[in-house]
Design a protein around this ligand. Structure first.
Ligand SMILES: Cc1ncc(COP(=O)(O)O)c(C=O)c1O
Length: 430
């Protein structure tokens, strides 16, 4: 595969022209038009094959067309695909129970299902707002000030307006300001910055409202796969406890086995062994079917949502739930958490030992990894690799991200490394 230099073919060109005619230009021009996939491989409409080390951005946990996943969706579609939330279905109930169990959440914990990561975080932000209203000093009717939510610099939580309010990157947030009020940023990884934000709470003219919640990712994926650090997360947990604030962990990118545990907060080396108050999930949960949501830990927090507090037509959709159950079962049956750990180590060690001056620091856990580049040419590297049949992601101008399906094999990793070993070190900067 590495020897066949692939370029845009006539079918790709034709479809990309048609794409531009009818799609809003929010994603830029797609790199290829894809036709089908199998395992960790994709084929475009011209028949070119790609080894996929991006996995639909950490979504396709089982790769493409896994037989158990296809069967589960086909059988559910033949049975019932949608019923509305006036009714429930068995897969939905089973998936919620399974997720609570896998998260190790205490008895009384509850799930809200949505359709994406942003929606999971919208739900978490709304729940945090309701929680904030229970804190002393936060009730406007008696002179209180709105409770605040603290988010991290460089964090990413989605692009809907609530989630965007907690998303740091100024280029994507600023054009839409003013956003949801009382969401503030603290410097990621700095205990002092977090402490300062908590200390701003106060009565009288000068103080701010209390902190309802702190939201963070264990590894900031969109920032270039940067772990926050176990010591920091532990300190944040302690501050939250001291100030009666919730700690919400966004597991959208890191969860569902991606870091080698079901959820990244379960990795001691990422979280320091803390227990969150709520987690959000999406991406890998249904192996490519759009699904996401929120788990509130414990009955007290869960019970703040009452009928009408939140909802979505497709929430808990049985097709998605069947896809989710199949995904979780395959991860377990095929022992994929161990595979994630081993293949991740192989990938990181392989990247670190590439004899190419372009490649620097390697970071990440499990199969969410990145390599720092000596100069900002990540897009050129990703294009170069794509032409040789390898999909990797230019997550930042000077970092490549890897988030392959959890099913990748030792041979797949070897092949990825072999292709990358040939990247010219002097590709042009982005
Ligand atoms: C950590 C994190 N949270 C939330 C989101 C938003 O998820 P979605 O794109 O499904 O809305 C993403 C997407 O990349 C993410 O990485």
């Amino acid at each position: 595969m590495a020897d066949n230099l692939e370029t845009l073919g006539s079918n790709d060109n034709k479809w990309l022209g048609a794409y531009k005619d009818v799609h809003m230009n929010v994603f830029g021009t797609p790199l290829r038009v894809m036709d089908h996939g199998e395992g960790a491989h994709l084929w475009d409409v011209d028949g070119n094959e790609y080894l996929d080390f991006l996995g639909g951005i950490a979504v396709n946990a089982l790769g493409y067309a896994h037989p158990a996943w296809v069967k589960a969706i086909a059988e559910q579609a033949a049975k019932v695909a949608h019923v509305s939330n006036y009714f429930a279905t068995e897969p939905q109930i089973e998936l919620a129970s399974r997720l609570v169990e896998l998260a190790g959440a205490p008895k009384g914990s509850h799930v809200y299902f949505g359709n994406s990561g942003a929606e999971g975080n919208e739900a978490a932000i709304k729940l945090a707002k309701l929680y904030g209203r229970t804190l002393p000093g936060a009730l406007p009717d008696i002179g209180g000030k709105p409770a605040r939510i603290l988010a991290m610099t460089h964090g990413f939580h989605g692009r809907t307006l609530g989630a965007l309010s907690a998303t740091w990157k100024p280029a994507i947030r600023k054009p839409f300001e003013p956003l949801v009020p009382a969401i503030e940023f603290v410097e990621a990884g700095s205990v002092e910055s977090l402490q300062r934000a908590f200390n701003e709470t106060g009565l009288g003219h000068y103080g701010k409202g209390p902190v309802a919640a702190v939201i963070m990712e264990m590894i900031q994926g969109e920032a270039g796969v940067v772990p926050l650090g176990a010591d920091y997360v532990k300190a944040a947990r302690e501050l939250c406890d001291r100030h009666h604030a919730l700690l919400i962990i966004d597991e959208v990118q890191c969860g569902i086995g991606r870091t080698g545990k079901w959820f990244s907060f379960q990795r001691e080396d990422l979280s320091g062994g803390i227990t969150p108050d709520a987690i959000t999930f999406a991406k890998g949960v249904a192996g490519g079917f759009p699904m996401g949501g929120l788990i509130a830990f414990g009955d007290k927090l869960s019970s703040l949502f009452t009928p009408g507090s939140h909802g979505s037509t497709f929430a808990g959709n049985p097709l998605g739930a069947a896809a989710g159950l199949a995904t979780l079962k395959v991860i377990e049956d095929e022992n994929l958490l161990a595979n994630v750990e081993e293949r991740g180590r192989q990938l990181r060690e392989g990247l670190a030992s590439l004899d190419n001056p372009l490649f620097g620091e390697v970071r990440g856990r499990g199969l969410l990894d990145a390599v720092q580049l000596a100069h900002p040419c990540a897009h050129a590297v990703a294009d170069w690799a794509l032409q040789r049949g390898l999909i990797v992601n230019a997550v930042a101008p000077n970092a490549l991200r890897f988030a392959p399906p959890l099913i990748i094999t030792e041979h797949d990793v070897d092949q990825c490394l072999e292709i990358l070993s040939g990247v010219p070190a002097d590709l042009p900067d982005d």
